[in-house]
Design a protein around this ligand. Structure first.
Ligand code: GDP
Length: 176
């Protein structure tokens, strides 16, 4: 799409991360402003598209590929992140192993994806603060050291979900 200023915003955005960290729920929250407590896990990959209009009337089309985190689908991932402008690597703040998994996705993206890809690290499920095991400062420090954007979100409470996608859009726009 092309707005009045002639700026083109055509995004391919991929979501990666361990199974059950909330990738599909983040997309569902963003696209439909809806949260489903008992949703089925993603099989393979699901595609969702959403057009949003930002405050400055810039129209942004997000193409969101949600790949399942299961190991048996790992070989499919390059198909989804090839040509992507942006990647959101999601972990669950209540599962330490999910941050390790996120780091391995970041490594893979930095080696294999487009060199100018914008990568955001997203710590999801902040509504479960009492069960938090990944400290914000630790994850943020890792993100900064590796040139990643960083946001903590809750797909359940809707906290920071719009901010996450807006932040990515703004960063992708300046690196274009
Ligand atoms: P995916 O496999 O990464 O796509 O994860 P899903 O979106 O399928 O979510 C896995 C489970 O975590 C589901 O039961 C969701 O309802 C739940 N979930 C997702 N996001 C949140 C969140 O922000 N807070 C809480 N409490 N649960 C969440």
């Amino acid at each position: 799409s092309r707005n009045a200023q002639g700026r083109t915003h055509q995004f391919k955005l991929v979501l990666l991360g361990e199974s059950a960290v909330g990738k599909s729920s983040l997309v569902m929250r963003f696209v439909k402003d809806h949260f489903d407590e008992y949703r089925e896990s993603t099989i393979g990959a699901a595609f969702l598209a959403q057009t949003i209009t930002l405050d400055d009337d810039t129209v942004v089309k997000f193409e969101i590929w949600d790949t399942a985190g299961q190991e048996r689908y790992k070989s499919l991932a390059p198909m989804y992140y090839r040509g992507a402008n942006c990647a959101v690597v999601v972990y669950d703040i209540t599962q330490a192993s999910s941050l390790d998994k996120a780091k391995s996705w970041v490594d893979e993206l930095q080696r294999q994806a487009e060199p100018d890809i914008v990568i955001a690290l997203c710590g999801n499920k902040t509504d479960l603060e009492s069960r938090r095991v990944v400290e914000t400062d630790v994850a943020r420090a890792y993100a900064e050291e590796n040139g990643l954007l960083f946001m903590e979100t809750s797909a359940k409470s809707a906290s920071n979900v719009t901010d996450l996608f807006t932040m990515i859009d703004q960063q992708a726009d300046t690196t274009r």
